[in-house]
Design a protein around this ligand. Structure first.
Ligand SMILES: O=c1[nH]cnc2c1ncn2[C@@H]1O[C@H](CO)[C@@H](O)[C@H]1O
Ligand SMILES: [Zn+2]
Length: 364
């Protein structure tokens, strides 16, 4: 089955992406140019070497050290024009990689160092997504990009960011998230924000079960009411392996309620959440039919793309088009846009394209 899937075909086929950080996806050349404008000092100003530096530095085995690399992206995203450019290029790069639907997240509170206010940050990013999407459509690779506003879990601005997200819900923001170091910063610190979002009938995901285990996932779901789990990969700690794996109560709840797991294979290896792609629990979680999705997390820090993450799964687990379609439909079902719009993308874009690959000449 592996031989029947070519990388170019993976790029062509429509993909949906739910977990991608704006400040983790800059083009290395853009970091270099923006750093020169901002007088921000980089480890190197050669774009190729810089791209390698990000991947090497992020290969630390620790989420905290992985997150240190963001100083060089957030540092050059402090003006409306730089934010707009980065967002425009993000939409274009995702569309060029065959992503038809993306939710891209960023933390407005990290972009206030040079005088922007929170609203200006959000407006600049949304303008960039809109520009990039219009250019992508003109180039024949249409994409829809929604923003998720992230609050940093070690900080104390989550209520404010949640209100900001709701304010922009009809103009490009589709949900809310918390991110940052997980150990020591439980999601319940931000309970007020989550309760506010629930009262507003808004959507949110929570980074949980990446650098910390089951208590974090349990709080995210049972205390905070998360719609989805950012990573959630440590849910396997509640599954006893064997020929007939046994699910604990939390794992059973997550599967029974179809709570989407935003798995990010390459990122999980870099932060030490799993030793290798081959040992990544995505194989087990798929076999057990959890609502698994595959994502990039930070394309710059992982030197990756949606197509590359899928190709890794094809190479490692022998996935074919059927599995890639399942992952894509899972992601689209789990998106934060209205149900009818999700269905439309599934029925009119995703299924026809995979259908052709599943039945085409030489295909299984
Ligand atoms: O995998 C991750 N886990 C937790 N936090 C992350 C991850 N990737 C990025 N960020 C954090 O999210 C902020 C907003 O995008 C980034 O600046 C980074 O600090
Ligand atoms: Zn993330």
């Amino acid at each position: 089955m592996v031989a029947t899937i070519r990388y170019e075909d993976i790029v062509q086929v429509p993909k949906a992406l739910l977990h991608d950080h704006l400040d983790g996806g800059l083009r290395p050349a853009t970091v270099v140019e923006l750093a020169a404008e901002a007088e921000h000092e980089l480890p190197t100003t050669d774009p190729e070497a810089l791209g390698r530096w990000f991947v090497d530095a992020a290969n630390s085995g620790s989420l905290e050290r992985y997150l240190e690399t963001f100083a060089h992206t957030v540092g050059v995203m402090q003006t409306a024009s730089s934010l707009r450019r980065v967002a425009r290029e993000c939409a274009l790069d995702l569309a060029g990689d065959g992503v038809v639907y993306a939710e891209v997240r960023f933390a407005p509170e990290l972009h206030l160092e040079r005088g922007l206010n929170l609203d200006e940050v959000v407006a600049a990013v949304i303008a960039g997504f809109d520009e990039g999407s219009a250019l992508a459509a003109a180039a024949g690779t249409p994409i829809r990009v929604g923003a998720l506003l992230t609050a940093m879990r070690h900080a104390a601005r989550s209520q404010e960011i949640a209100e900001l997200a709701v304010r922009y819900r009809d103009t490009g923001v589709v949900g809310f998230d918390i991110a940052g170091a997980e150990a020591g910063f439980p999601p319940t610190r931000h309970l007020d924000a989550f309760e506010y979002l629930q009262r507003e009938n808004f959507h949110f995901t929570i980074h949980a079960g990446e650098a910390f285990g089951l208590p974090s996932i349990w709080q995210a779901i049972q205390w905070c009411g998360a719609d989805r789990l950012g990573h959630g990969v440590r849910i396997v700690d509640d599954i006893t392996p064997g020929p007939e794996p046994v699910l604990g109560r939390l794992a059973a709840y997550v599967r029974d309620k179809r709570i989407p797991l935003e798995l990010c294979p390459s990122s999980n290896v870099q932060t030490g959440a799993t030793p290798s792609i081959a040992e990544h629990p995505i194989g087990l979680l798929r076999d057990l039919r959890f609502r698994v999705t595959v994502n990039t997390d930070n394309r710059l820090m992982s030197g990756t793309s949606m197509s590359r993450e899928m190709a890794l799964l094809v190479d490692t687990f022998g996935y074919g088009w059927r599995e890639l379609q399942w992952l894509t439909i899972n992601a689209m079902k789990s998106a934060f846009i209205p149900f009818d719009q999700r269905l439309q993308i599934i029925d009119e874009v995703i299924k026809p394209a995979y259908g052709r690959l599943l039945t085409g000449p030489g295909r299984p």
